[in-house]
Design a protein around this ligand. Structure first.
Ligand code: ZN
Ligand code: ZN
Ligand code: ZN
Length: 292
């Protein structure tokens, strides 16, 4: 192994650039906890969600061991670990980054349609899309799509190509889905007062009423069909799609009223109103970003 591929050398270079790193063992996973940290007996590290007092000098607790401190990385305690390490991971959230991990060709194709272009890194099966800004992490926000940022690690596969851009509403909205699942037995909140779309609020729209209504009704049906889960992200998608239809209208097109109808449809299948509103607002905003 030369200096360019030796995991410790890679790790020290990243740490010097402010990226917290940790070693990965065979199988591309973090090393097991030491005996005193086994099964969380130590209480965990202070940076973890359930913050504990652990000050273990070994690279225990997966992402929570990630550090930029060269003295820790090159310490005698980590030395045997680096000898076994096969790869380096980093804590994206700790570096102020978010990695959208696209694990299949289909997921990459989806991202090219749905997300702003940014720096990309090739992976074994797909791509990492890297954005400025940290957010909560979540697995499987869509088929083959994970968000890795805070409290997560991502494998370092090189600097990638392309200009990195800020996290956009389209990326943040991928998390809306999880928040919208109503608690079991929770009473569905009342449907908000609805402002309905009609031609009179769309004085600058180049489409006829039938075109807009048909699109809206189809979108509302998609949202209402999500009675189990995913109505929030569906509302986001419908809002983005419908707003996109008006990207070349001089406006106004009554998008606020369209948004109200989508929000009401999401609330009617159990999405808490604040989340529904945010998902729809994010969707309308994402359409503007894509058109810009
Ligand atoms: Zn330990
Ligand atoms: Zn520990
Ligand atoms: Zn229009």
């Amino acid at each position: 192994m030369n200096a360019a591929t030796n995991p410790l050398h890679v790790a020290l270079a990243l740490a010097a650039a402010g990226v917290p790193v940790l070693p990965l063992r065979r199988g591309k996973v973090p090393f097991a906890n030491c005996r005193s940290c086994k099964d969380g007996a130590c209480g965990g590290r202070p940076v973890m969600k359930a913050a504990g007092p652990c000050r273990c000098p070994a690279p225990c607790h997966a992402w929570a061991a990630a550090t930029t401190d060269p003295h820790v990385l090159a310490s005698p305690v980590w030395a045997p670990v680096w000898r076994e390490a096969v790869a380096v991971a980093y804590h994206p959230g700790g570096a102020g980054l978010t990695v959208v991990d696209l694990d299949s060709a289909a997921a990459v194709a989806w991202a090219r349609e749905a997300l702003p272009a940014t720096r990309t890194v090739l992976t074994t099966r797909g791509e990492h899309w890297i954005y400025w800004g940290a957010m909560a992490s979540s697995n499987a926000v869509r088929p083959g799509v994970d968000i890795k940022s805070l409290t997560q690690y991502a494998r370092w596969l090189g600097p990638g190509t392309g200009r990195m851009v800020d996290l956009s509403a389209a990326v943040r909205a991928l998390l809306v889905k999880e928040e919208t699942t109503p608690a079991p037995g929770e009473v569905v909140s009342s449907v908000p007062e609805r402002a309905t779309w009609d031609r009179s609020v769309a004085t600058g729209c180049r489409h006829n009423e039938r075109y807009v209504r048909t699109g809206l009704e189809r979108g509302l049906a998609l949202v209402r069909a999500r009675t189990e889960s995913g109505a929030g992200s569906q509302a986001f998608g419908v809002a983005r799609f419908l707003a996109g239809q008006h990207a070349r209208c001089p406006g106004p097109c009554g998008l606020t009223a369209l948004g109200e109808e989508i929000t009401a449809a999401a609330v009617s299948v159990g999405v808490p109103e604040p989340y529904a509103r945010r998902a729809v607002a994010n969707g309308l905003e994402a359409a503007v970003e894509r058109a810009a």
